[in-house]
Design a protein around this ligand. Structure first.
Ligand SMILES: Cc1cc2nc3c(=O)[nH]c(=O)nc-3n(C[C@H](O)[C@H](O)[C@H](O)COP(=O)(O)OP(=O)(O)OC[C@H]3O[C@@H](n4cnc5c(N)ncnc54)[C@H](O)[C@@H]3O)c2cc1C
Length: 410
């Protein structure tokens, strides 16, 4: 941390609570704190608030999930999310969505989506904040933060802002093309926090150039993806899988990427819920080839890519037990070794962040620095695909909004 702001900077505004970042978590935190009578200023470098929220869910925002538990999150402390999630549930979010007059629908896996553009949610939330007296200042890139006798001072652009309490809501470097940045980590570090190294998550998986599955770009099918090295943790996902020019995408691959470690193999089952051995051994199956049998169950290009060349076009009846077993393994337990993920540019979120051991789980207050709170994706809390990350932004933001400056409110 530098010793203090450069000389000559004008103080542009003073608040009870300065919130850095006017994304999902910052906005809802501001709304909650303002409802308690606190004077709130939000600062954001973008031209308008909530840019990531506006593109979330393919533009329809998967804003929450019917059921949300700490098990839906990847976090250094598995129980950390519990109090905030209990304090702001999906039902609470639905109450707000209804109050704002936003139509929504439930899709598979309990995912709650808007039926109108996500920008409408950004507008409703921002309007609510302004009506409660919050000031939203855009085009205000944060450069540095300092502790002062009165609380905190923040340099944003060429202006200085003062607040008794500070909330860091600066998100993560995921999707830098719409404003994702790692600045939040640097500011948290400058105020005494430890950062768990960030890594892209909910991102496509890359396969080596030699992997035959890379030739299947465009094919999409329901599949099961699992992490065999951690079978005891029950890490498997049954969802749509999409082949790309570089590897694997679609919800199944994105979900696996959250837990995948470096050099960890992934197992693919292209016929989830079925038993290929039984189909190969069925009466009457012996007269056909494995290729003919599989082409009725899978896209032909995929069947050709996964079947062992030496047995694909022979009659099933001519195949030994070992050869049939080999076919089953190739189709239902195909192991691939990703070389990594497609990186922050294509990652929906970022795993890692502010170490939760240094944060009070009830109000997201720092255990290192008085009157400092950290919320949303900036924390080492990453949700599964399905509305869990936005729900975490809401729940952690509300928790901080209720807890910030407790002595200032009745
Ligand atoms: C394409 C995409 C789609 C997604 N869809 C979904 C979905 O449907 N459901 C779901 O649950 N999750 C989704 N997510 C994840 C979700 O959007 C994030 O987890 C959530 O927005 C995090 O909220 P946040 O407030 O922590 O951060 P953000 O919403 O990212 O807000 C951070 C704010 O800080 C500002 N900022 C950053 N650096 C600076 C700086 N130096 N100075 C000033 N301001 C700064 C940014 O401009 C931004 O407004 C999606 C993510 C992406 C990228």
């Amino acid at each position: 941390m530098t010793r203090g702001p450069q000389a000559g900077l004008q103080v542009a505004g003073t608040a009870d609570v300065l919130i850095l970042g006017a994304g999902a978590s910052g906005l809802i935190c501001a709304r909650e704190a303002a409802a308690r009578g606190l004077r709130v200023i939000l600062l954001d470098r973008a031209a308008a608030p909530g840019r990531k929220l506006a593109v979330s869910g393919g533009g329809r925002s998967n804003f929450s999930n019917r059921e949300v538990t700490p098990r839906d999150y990847c976090c250094g402390q598995p129980d950390f999310c519990g109090p905030a999630l209990a304090g702001f549930t999906p039902a609470d979010m639905l109450t707000l969505i209804r109050a704002w007059g936003l139509p929504f629908e439930e899709r598979e896996h309990g995912q709650l989506f808007l039926r109108v553009p996500a920008q409408r949610l950004v507008e409703a939330l921002s309007r609510d904040c302004r009506q409660r007296g919050c000031r939203i200042v855009c085009k205000a890139p944060i450069h540095a933060v300092w502790r002062s006798d009165q609380g905190f001072r923040v340099q944003a652009g060429n202006a200085l802002w003062q607040g008794k309490a500070l909330v860091l809501a600066l998100g993560s470097p995921a999707w830098p093309q719409i404003g994702g940045s790692g600045q939040g980590y640097r500011l948290a570090q400058s105020l005494g926090h430890t950062i768990i190294p960030p890594r892209p998550a909910l991102a496509p998986l890359l396969l080596p150039p030699s992997e035959p599955l890379r030739n299947l770009a465009g094919i999409s099918l329901p599949a099961q993806i699992s992490l065999p090295a951690r079978a005891d943790e029950g890490r498997f996902w049954r969802d749509d899988l999409l082949f790309t020019h570089e590897g694997l995408s679609g919800p199944a691959a994105l979900k696996a990427s959250l837990f995948l470690q470096r050099n960890e193999p992934v197992q693919l089952d292209f016929l989830p819920g079925q038993n290929l051995s039984t189909l190969l051994d069925a009466p009457g199956a012996g007269r056909q080839t494995p290729r003919a049998l599989l082409s009725r169950l899978l896209p032909q290009r995929l069947a050709d890519a996964v079947l062992p060349a030496h047995s694909a076009r022979r009659k099933i009846a001519e195949l030994s037990r070992a050869a049939r077993r080999e076919i089953q393994i190739h189709v239902q337990a195909r192991t691939v070794l990703p070389t990594g993920t497609a990186g922050f540019k294509k990652a929906e979120v970022c795993a890692g962040g502010v170490d939760t051991r240094e944060i009070n789980p009830h109000g997201m207050a720092s255990l290192r620095c008085a009157h400092l709170h950290s919320i949303g994706e900036l924390l080492d809390v990453t949700g599964q695909l399905g509305g869990y990350n936005l729900h975490w932004a809401w729940a952690s933001g509300v928790a901080a909004g209720r807890a910030v400056l407790p002595e200032r409110c009745g």
